[in-house]
Write a protein that binds this ligand. Sequence first.
Ligand code: ADP
Ligand code: ZN
Ligand code: ZN
Length: 757
Amino acid sequence: MTRPVVQVAVPRPLRRIFDYSLPAQLPQPSIGARVRVPFGRSEVLGIVTGFRQMSSHRLKPLIDILDEDALLARDLIALAEWLSSYYHHPLGEVYATLLPSAAKRGALPKPRWPLAWTAATDDGGRLARAPRQRQAFETLQGLGATVPERELRTAGIDRRTLAALADKGLAQSSETKPTYRVERSPISLNPEQRAAVNTIHASIGTHATHVLDGVTGSGKTEVYMRVIAKVLDTGGQVMVLVPEIGLTPQAMAHFRRRFGGAAALHSAETDNARLNIWAQCKSGDHRILVGTRSAVFTPFADLRLIIVDEEHDTSFKQQEGLRYSARDVALKRAQLLEIPTVLGSATPSLETLANIARGRYRRNVLKSRAGGASMPQFRVIDIRGRRLRDGLSDTLLHAIRRHLDAGNQVLVFINRRGFAPTCLCSACGWQARCADCDARLTLHESPRALHCHHCDRRYRYPDACPDCGADTLVHLGTGTQRIDAALREHFPELPLYRIDRDTAQGPTRFAAQLDTIRREGAAILVGTQMLAKGHHLPAVTLVAVVDADNGFLSSDFRAPERTAQNIVQVAGRAGRAERPGEVWIQSYDPDNPNLKALIQRGYAGFAAIQAADRRSARLPPYAAMAMLRAESTNAHAAVELLRLASDIIRRAWDNHGRRTSGDRPGRPVQSRSEAPIEPGSGSWKSAATAGDTHPEFELMGPVPAPIPRLRNRFRYQCMICSRRRGPLHAALSALEAAELVVPKVRWSIDVDPLDTF
Ligand code: ADP
Ligand code: ZN
Ligand code: ZN
């Protein structure tokens, strides 16, 4: 009998699967098992993807099989295949992204649990000559029947001593698995919440996508909890994706209180801890998983519901390697498993709104704040012609003082770290720029230094202008540190908390800091979007947005959407309790239609205007988009690669046009590859909105990337747009098949890119 040939995906950037023969002494592995195989001159761990009967080549034999059963169940194998084809990424590397690092190194995913210890009733005098063990034994006895090892460690008893006691039969350890249960909620749902819970509940066991479109503070979490309770009642598991690590402790506390358990998975955990949680979900012991982006790949024994909280958040998109959107992957997974998904947000993405309009998603609206709090009032401060001090107008300072005097808290939002984004010489015009990037340096205080926010390189602050030697350096623009310093000067007697990436020290510290803030009386909070998301800050009655213009005037077509989401989210921190809230926004462009729509008609009104703009410009979600990016120490090589890639794509489109020209008159393929490629000369916006005859396909570029040089590598990009998804994928497949290589050039395909400019 001939043995089958084993097909293996190896973690290499190669767009094919490799065949291996199966030696006589090895059993046939399962699909989804890890195997050790020879590759080139080394050995790698790959994943078995299938079998075939024969191969014409002489094959190398498989070395070893690591998993008796599949490490990855069928649904994850199918998901990996979808990821590979949708994102045009090599299957072996998809698996490498999907698996926890420890599993990639060969570790076995066996669920481990924290231990608890029980002491015997009596030591029978056997510890007379071991005072340390005797003391530990007595402490253990004193602490109760079964004591978690963690608690013993804080009491100064280490694992060695406990093991010695166990050897003597005087102590016994046991694993403490969580016991899931459903606590009754003290909250009685309002009619909108109840309707949402009922609709979602009714779809359990089917594939359905629900949007929970609820204003900030409308009680979305309570809706999630009720639906989770229903799933737990039937014995199923739930996956909850959250955008930020900072949100996890708060969510975890809620979940554990209500359900007796919940696992948290995020990048701050160690590799082994991550693998352990992975295994605990795979075995079915953990029934609720709350995690950030990559948690979407966790295996489950019986997953019955996926919740994506703050579905609009851009941190769900991975920006390197396999450039997946965790939200979209979650939706695909739910489709494969035939289970429902809930996408929650106060500011749904335009993609999600378009899918609601197309009837693909079901919308559940929570219009008002739960518990009776009212929505905050918006007000725009026209700062044209006004003198600002450190970015703050007198009007805004008066408002801040008024709220602080009333004993309330004020949140000042500015989405930029550091003191000032520009440092220049007023005598000769010299600018502080990064030596390795085409980017200005940001001034940071305490300690004073210049930081490159793109490559993280730091520079000593010059004593005088490096060019003309004059003592005339000035700092333009405003970041969190500048606002922090200015407000400390104005309100020296009040506590001030600054929260941005520079002050953040892990989720636990962040949660503790938020707790402190919640206990404060009048206080000032200064922060970036880190502070805007999801946190409950009941004493905040004024949210001050220092600068709304940057985002609304940016050339990135997604910037207005992101800015509006940020404003609404940060505004949502105001007046969440009994005290009503206000949101004041400084703007040099108060008549901006986007800003006006947002203020006068709310996020939905803003989104409607944006959607119309996107539709007429044929931009996502009304077109499919992909981005090709190339970078190299040699600028010409990067451009060369993109030119070759563009040729392949255009040829694929020509073929497509010919194939479909029978029923649909082929629209011309529009190309802008002749566009000049000097830095700063490219503009998607004008390109995308030019003219009103929309071609079926558009290819724009190569043009320099927004940061044309980063870490001394030159970066170029092409944007590809297609009215329909099919042809875009066909063109990208043709590009993949060509296996383009230009020496020294790294390049990537980004499907559904978020950063386009
Ligand atoms: P969201 O996630 O929509 O911003 P939350 O879930 O944080 O809102 O809810 C805001 C507050 O309202 C929480 O303190 C929550 O306990 C409370 N809440 C939720 N539902 C109700 C309800 N039906 N009645 C009273 N309070 C509620
Ligand atoms: Zn100078
Ligand atoms: Zn730099």
